[in-house]
Design a protein around this ligand. Structure first.
Ligand SMILES: CC(=O)N[C@H]1[C@@H](OP(=O)(O)OP(=O)(O)OC[C@H]2O[C@@H](n3ccc(=O)[nH]c3=O)[C@H](O)[C@@H]2O)O[C@H](CO)[C@@H](O)[C@@H]1O
Length: 368
């Protein structure tokens, strides 16, 4: 590396699942004196508010076969080719030291350009099963960093277990003291990933309303519901006399998690990493339609360690969920052991580890 400030390009698709780990790496690299540029599409740009202000933003065309009509699908190869040509020209001008892809179609232009120009590059896969873009590039990058371990990788591809980097606001609460459930106000946090989950809005309110009266009196719920479900969820809690805060997205999830006696959640990779790093008992309901059932794979470690209870969507109903909630909240010792076990699965040094790998690559060394 010369004396100029090193440049990292982070390429990530437009969902929270890709953007939160990208943000965590950006935060560390800026602290290490790097310039950081985020390459994403219009959907991803909605998340940049959470990124440090000094991160440069480069918006690429949204090109995916997964959405849009026939015309969109016909145009995808042109968008992708245009995106790659643009990325090659910018890289020839700016000579990034390392390019890291976090998955999703918008990461294609930067990764393809880095491959063509032989620029040091890696992908980070958050899930227990490789996403489509990361699978394509897994043989064309220097390193495949894995957030969930073990990850199913294509034959001949080696991965490095790094963990899913969590945001600074989560790290500040790593292993925060847990107050086990008892005869005092208890908090239950319900989150459905970055978009919210309809099934949790259908099943969780009646499950909570069916808890034993003595328990119910002390419960406070923070429930993330999709915009269109928020009204009915809030009404349900109000009519059942339950103290509830219903929002489409909580900006202060790290605080809410640290205050919670129990978390009910989907099994998206960052949600699980946050739960483990803060160390809280959880009931997990993996999204059954996720590609390759990767949410079940994500949850495996936490559940096997005794930090979480898994309920498959196919067996989820208000009655059985209510029993599971009562079992956790009615057993302070068991809940404290779950919190401990969850923290035992955390990889809080994932952001630093990933940052070390970026610096290794920049020096020309391989990280594995
Ligand atoms: C439906 C779907 O396909 N989801 C995928 C998507 O997850 P999705 O985008 O749903 O997100 P994750 O669960 O990985 O991350 C969500 C993040 O949002 C935070 N949060 C959540 C709710 C809220 O109100 N406020 C808030 O800050 C969580 O604490 C977490 O940090 O990408 C992930 C990573 O590739 C995958 O593992 C998921 O399977």
């Amino acid at each position: 590396m010369s004396d100029r400030q090193p440049l990292l390009i982070i390429a990530a698709g437009g969902t929270g699942g890709h953007m939160f780990p990208a943000q965590a790496l950006a935060e560390v690299m800026l602290r290490r004196g790097w310039r950081v540029r985020l390459s994403t599409d219009a959907r991803g740009v909605r998340y940049v508010g959470g990124f440090p202000h000094s991160v440069e933003i480069e918006q690429v065309a949204s090109a995916t076969f997964a959405r849009g009509g026939l015309i969109n699908k016909v145009l995808v190869p042109f968008h992708v080719t245009g995106g790659v040509i643009g990325a090659v020209l910018r890289m020839l001008r700016d000579r990034p030291d390392v390019v890291v892809g976090f998955g999703g179609y918008p990461s294609i232009p930067a990764l393809a350009a880095a491959w063509l120009l032989r620029c040091p590059r890696m992908v980070h896969e958050q899930n227990g099963v490789l996403g489509r873009v990361n699978r394509i590039f897994s043989r064309r990058v220097d390193v495949v960093a894995c957030g969930t371990w073990p990850t199913t990788l294509p034959e001949g591809v080696e991965g490095v277990a790094v963990g899913n980097p969590v945001r600074a606001a989560v790290l500040e609460r790593a292993g925060a003291g847990y107050i086990p459930p008892g005869e005092y106000p208890m908090s239950v946090l319900v989150i459905g990933g970055s978009q919210g989950a309809r099934i949790l809005s259908d099943v969780v309110p009646p499950a909570i309303a069916a808890l034993p009266e003595a328990m119910l009196r002390n419960i406070r719920v923070s429930h993330q519901a999709r915009e269109e479900d928020g009204g009915r969820v809030a009404r349900y809690y109000a009519e059942a006399g339950i103290d509830a805060d219903v929002k489409p997205f909580f900006r202060d999830v790290p605080r809410l998690m640290s205050e919670a006696q129990l978390i009910i959640s989907r099994a998206g990779a960052s949600s699980l990493a946050d739960i483990a790093v803060i160390g809280r008992p959880a009931i997990l309901i993996p999204y059954a339609a996720a590609a390759g059932d990767h949410q079940s794979a994500n949850a495996r470690g936490l559940v096997a360690a005794g930090g979480a209870i898994l309920i498959p969507e196919s067996r989820l109903d208000a009655g059985s969920l209510s029993e599971q909630i009562a079992a956790v909240l009615g057993n302070p010792k068991g809940a404290a052991m779950m919190a401990q076990a969850a923290f035992g699965q955390a990889m809080p040094d994932a952001p630093q580890h990933l940052a070390d790998m970026v610096e290794e690559l920049a020096k020309g060394g391989k990280s594995r």
